[in-house]
Design a protein around this ligand. Structure first.
Ligand code: SF4
Length: 234
């Protein structure tokens, strides 16, 4: 973790260079560029659905910092996957906590805010903790893939994250579902057990349901609501 960051102008220029150079690069090449460019100023985020990005990052930079948003609403399987990553991978796992516990949030906003105002709940429990953590980094890598959904179809490999003033890197942007499966099998990567229990996309427990055969993979996220993203990437 670093405590000072490069200027927005400098980071924006680095993002432009990366975007121009890396569109056809492999995930390893993209991460290698990011490590050389940002060093300890690079963090990797992990949702603990699969742990491909954390595994790849540990191969490229052993000891790299991996950020996990501890919302207080995760499935036990997700917490177990995070614990396993911390125990097995050569990474430093940082668990990012919201300002309030679930009980404190319930006391201020009423119980089950996720059912009444999920945008606010995500803002408090996901977006704000990540934004606060990013004060300490120049760049972050995310596991976003274009194949995941229509809203992610144009995910750039490298971009300037205007909202946070940081460089955002998506090393797996061009990976298909089959690419992920191949990597998982080849390297025996830890995956969330819910993936094999009809949860192809895993978020917080109250906002994630099983998906029926033929349904969109993300159909179980905030089902019945117009919400499709938590706000980290929008
Ligand atoms: Fe809250 Fe649901 Fe967002 Fe998790 S996914 S932070 S429970 S609204």
């Amino acid at each position: 973790m670093i405590t000072t960051v490069r200027s927005a102008v400098d980071l924006s220029a680095a993002a432009a260079r990366g975007a121009a150079e890396l569109e056809g690069a492999t995930a390893e090449q993209i991460l290698t560029w990011a490590v050389e460019e940002f060093g300890d100023g690079l963090a990797v985020t992990a949702s603990m659905q699969d742990t491909v990005l954390a595994h790849l990052a540990a191969r490229v930079k052993p000891g790299i910092e991996v950020l996990f948003l501890e919302t207080g609403y995760h499935f036990v399987e997700t917490i177990g996957t995070a614990d396993a990553v911390e125990a097995v991978y050569d990474v430093k796992l940082r668990r990012l906590l919201p300002l309030q516990t679930v009980a404190e949030q319930d006391a201020q906003y009423g119980p089950e805010l996720f059912s009444r105002n999920p945008d606010l709940c995500c803002a408090l429990r996901k977006v704000a903790p990540l934004n606060a953590a990013m004060d300490q980094y120049d760049a972050w890598a995310t596991g976003l893939r274009r194949a995941e959904s229509a809203s992610r179809a144009n995910t750039p490999v490298v971009s300037f994250d205007e909202r946070r003033g940081r460089v955002k890197i998506a090393p797996l942007a061009t990976w298909s579902d089959e690419d992920v499966d191949r990597y998982v099998l080849e390297y025996h990567v830890l995956v969330n057990p819910l993936l094999s229990a009809e949860y192809p996309s895993i978020g917080c427990e109250p906002c994630t349901r099983r998906v029926a055969p033929g349904e969109d993979a993300r159909a179980g996220r905030w089902a019945g609501l117009s919400k499709t993203e938590c706000g980290l990437h929008t």
